[in-house]
Ligand binder design. Structure first.
Ligand code: SF4
Ligand code: SF4
Length: 509
């Protein structure tokens, strides 16, 4: 960490000067045999990796029509090239979204198009050599799958999907990434990304009950494995112990307490995060999501609410229905999905985001706040990529932008926006999403945070902002790590429900 320095802010935020090769060989640690085999992937690069990788690519191209369209549709207009935070921060031209896609597109052309088979050089087609495979590993693990580039592409080409496909191919030949694969193994074995066993979780929750009682004099409960509770809360495991995440968990508990909602956590399914999406692997994505269904069925809950986690909400909102039967579109041939459909209370959104839950309660006047408790903060809001560009909230378009802001305005007096071309659907990634929140990528993470840090600095200079709220565990973890390198206090970042927790009025009205 000592030698990691923040890049200088740009005076005019335009396409930066190119530094070819700047991030070559700077990808994350490769997963070892034990990690890969624990989740069913080949332990190390298989001997016939070339043929297997091409076969896997063919399989994905026939399975995901979008991937084929993305391979064919790009006209190299360049509209996406300066939209990636990793390109802006590293200046490596291969971190331009179009160049990242071309790493795969060149191989696609060689093996799956006639001109590429006949005249490879004329159409920019390349053989899949070991050098190319290494290049894939390096640069497809420098994309946080944030989808910002796709917002600017006239054809809607989604580099995140190309990245997911590349990682899926790499895993299939035993060339996976350590951080994501290790975490997936922990979820299968223990139930959460952190490997926090049930007894430790129970201890932590008991400690929290005592802390909240000391601070407020009120018995706010943090229930776990309670059969027959109305709500099952699925939240990122960072909420159980890390700062500032835990302050949001306290906020959720206070909201449930104040509204008289019976709720529970699950020790078996104590993780909202789903790194199966990051590695583009459907089987992993489903297996992780199934733990949630199992917990919901065993506990007999009526509602499933998801805590502050960006990619978890994307998985829950966009994929849980067909993966597990939570939400509309459950597989009619899946007996357990149908059981869950019958069990859940469909007067409510299934699943619901904790912000939707809290905002509904605010609108129903079931919560009261003392906004002055947040007066020490001048607050801004960082939209998290997967919430902004991969999901929705509420009943209106843009609900995922408005609802968290509405909550902040309901619990605090001082709220300002950051520059409009860096918020809502145009938000910049924190720099640590998509399975890149690992210390072996700290250089990339610091550089990737540059665009958000520049705009935050502007908000600090113009409005005196001293608190940036967000609803993503990865954003919180990434910002607390990189913000001090940019000269900010790490305590400047926190959750929306941390602000709710500060202002909520508990006890008799
Ligand atoms: S990190 Fe985001 S902006 Fe950059 S290439 Fe990947 S999806 Fe596009
Ligand atoms: S904006 Fe779309 S079409 Fe243009 S270069 Fe980027 S991916 Fe290709």
């Amino acid at each position: 960490m000592a030698d990691i320095v923040a890049p200088a802010y740009r005076t005019i935020p335009i396409i930066p000067a190119l530094k070819p090769g700047a991030m070559e060989g700077k990808g994350p640690f490769v997963a070892n045999e034990k990690i890969n085999e624990a989740i069913g992937f080949p332990g190390q690069l298989v001997e016939d990796w070339h043929d297997k990788a091409i076969a896997k690519m063919g399989e994905l191209l026939s399975k995901y029509r979008s991937l084929k369209v993305f391979m064919d549709a790009c006209v190299h207009c360049g509209a996406c090239s300066d939209k990636c935070h990793y390109f802006i921060g590293t200046q490596d031209p291969k971190n331009m979204p179009v160049a990242r896609q071309d790493l795969m597109r060149s191989v696609y052309r060689r093996y799956f198009t006639l001109p590429g088979k006949l005249f490879p050089k004329l159409v920019g087609a390349r053989d899949l050599t070991r050098e190319v495979l290494d290049e894939w590993y390096n640069y497809f693990n420098q994309c946080s799958e944030c989808r910002r580039c796709s917002v600017f592409c006239p054809y809607g080409i989604d580099t995140a999907e190309v990245t997911m496909a590349a990682r899926e191919i790499l895993d299939s030949v035993g060339y996976g990434q350590k951080y994501s694969n290790e975490i997936i193994g922990k979820v299968h074995k223990i139930g959460n990304n952190l490997g926090l066993p049930g007894p430790a979780l129970i201890d932590t929750l008991e400690g929290l009950e005592e802390d909240v009682k000391d601070a407020t004099g009120i018995d706010v409960k943090f229930p776990i494995d309670v059969k027959g509770a109305e709500v099952l809360l699925i939240t990122p495991s960072a909420d159980f112990f890390a700062e500032p995440h835990i302050d949001s968990l306290i906020g959720y508990a206070k909201v449930f307490h104040a509204t008289g909602t019976s709720w529970t956590l699950s020790s078996m399914s104590s993780e909202a995060g789903n790194f199966g999406m990051f590695i583009g692997n459907y089987d992993q994505l489903r297996a992780i999501a199934m733990r949630i269904r199992q917990a919901a069925l065993e506990l007999g809950v009526k509602r499933i609410v998801v805590g502050e986690c960006g990619h978890a909400w994307r998985v829950a909102y966009s994929f849980w229905n067909t993966l597990t039967g939570v939400g509309d579109g459950a597989d009619t041939n899946d007996r357990f999905a149908q059981m869950l459909q019958k069990q859940l209370d469909h007067r409510y959104k299934q699943p619901a985001h904790i912000c939707e839950f809290t905002w509904d309660m605010i609108q129903d006047e079931r919560l009261t706040f003392d906004k002055s408790k947040n007066d020490k903060h001048i607050i801004t809001f960082h939209d998290s990529c997967n919430v902004a560009r991969g999901s929705r909230m509420g009943d209106l378009p843009g609900g995922q932008f408005e609802i968290p802001r509405n909550i902040i305005k309901a619990v605090a007096n001082n709220f300002v926006e950051m520059a409009p071309n860096t918020t809502r659907e145009q938000t910049f990634c924190c720099g640590g999403g998509g399975g890149l929140l690992t210390d072996d990528l700290i250089d990339l993470r610091v550089k990737g945070a540059l665009p958000r840090m520049e705009v935050l600095q502007q908000a600090v200079d113009e409005h005196g902002v001293n608190f940036m709220a967000t609803i993503c565990a990865i954003c919180k973890a990434q910002f607390t790590k990189v913000m001090p390198i940019y000269g900010f206090d790490r305590k400047m970042v926190g959750g929306v429900h941390q602000l709710v927790s500060n202002a909520i009025q508990l006890g008799p009205k």
